[in-house]
Design a protein around this ligand. Structure first.
Ligand code: UDP
Length: 322
């Protein structure tokens, strides 16, 4: 990334999380000094272990809803939040807090430093979408009081706060709408579909497909996602931008792909569909293509293969007796 100021320092809230830690790697690779702030509710130190000896990297264990002393910054990336349906169901209040107080705090930091700001939003803003594929101009179909609302509404509120700081205070903001991203460092038991299926397939257990498996998702490999994020950081665009892989798969197809990748003998079993589970998800990425010259490169099969070694290790570690 080409720095526009001499500061070349970035704050990543949620920097010990799955995606946050990959973003730290990307920023360091682009020559930035990086501070990762995380309260480790769902983030994990193991994700940033490899950066411990890099003098340009600093980890601060901190609840980012509280003010921090960060020094001069060129960028604030607000990525802190539980992000899997199982995690945000377990940490509902924390999810609402980090999407509200945490977003205010991150924006105040950006305002104080004159830093550019990026908020990690989500395809969950579209809820159970009535428009397909989802364009950024679609306002969504969200149940404001359902079990997913702690995440969906926190992120929608976060987007509103971000736009307000841009409009009222002139903060140079960006809103990134992330679609299902996967890869190494995902927590094996975070409940998301790919870690769940990997865990089950690698242990020879039946894969739990919820509902009839006809619901769809579009899976983006983490290196493509980070590439899109870094490109978005470099341009000036205040309205939301979808970053995801538009190749759409039913969950049944996804289960079959995981079984094939792992060469597992597992079968598929069907379990009840969770409440408000979106029926289809697919990003329209025309805007990202036009604005960023970005296009995801890693298809699902390759991404699963690239993740396999990590998941094998994660399963082995979890199976070890304490
Ligand atoms: N899912 C499934 N089996 C699992 C975990 C998830 O069939 O063991 C389904 C889930 O119901 C949803 C899709 O996979 O339709 C994606 O779920 P995930 O939790 O990964 O993320 P979401 O896109 O729903 O936030």
């Amino acid at each position: 990334m080409k720095a526009t100021t001499k500061t070349r320092r970035a704050l990543v809230t949620g920097g010990a999380g799955f995606l946050g830690s990959h973003l730290c790697d990307g920023l360091l690779g682009d020559g930035y000094a990086v501070i990762a702030a995380d309260n480790l509710v769902t983030g994990r130190l193991v994700n940033i272990d490899h950066l411990r000896n890099d003098s340009r990297f600093e980890f601060v264990e901190q609840d980012v809803c509280r003010p921090g002393e960060w020094g001069a910054l060129e960028y604030v990336f607000h990525f802190a939040s539980p992000a899997s349906p199982v995690d945000y169901a377990e940490h509902g209040i924390e999810t609402l807090r980090v999407g509200s107080y945490g977003t205010f705090e991150a924006l105040e930091t950006a305002l104080r430093c004159g830093a550019k700001f990026m908020m990690a939003s989500t395809s969950e803003c579209y809820g159970d979408p009535l428009v397909h594929p989802q364009t950024e101009t679609y306002w969504g179909n969200v149940n404001p009081i359902g079990p997913r609302s702690v995440y969906d509404e926190a992120k929608r509120f976060s987007e509103a706060v971000t736009m307000a700081y841009h409009r009222y205070h002139g903060v140079d903001t960006r809103i990134l709408r992330i679609f299902n991203t996967y890869g190494p460092r995902m927590q094996i038991n975070d409940g998301r579909v790919i870690p769940n299926f990997m865990w089950q397939a690698l242990r020879g257990e039946n894969l739990t497909v919820y509902g009839d498996g006809s619901q769809t998702r579009s899976f983006c490999y983490v290196s493509d996602e980070v590439d899109g994020i870094l490109r978005l950081a470099r341009v000036v665009e205040h309205d939301p931008v979808n970053i995801g892989n538009p190749a759409e798969f039913s969950i049944l197809e996804c289960a079959r792909k995981v079984i094939a990748t792992t060469e597992s003998r597992s079968q598929i079993k069907f379990e009840p569909l969770p409440q408000d589970d979106p029926k289809q998800r697919c990003p329209d990425i025309s805007k990202a293509k036009r604005l960023l010259g970005w296009d995801p490169k890693v298809d699902l099969e390759s991404g699963l293969n690239l993740s396999l070694e990590y998941f094998r290790k994660a399963v082995a570690e979890r199976e070890q007796p304490a």
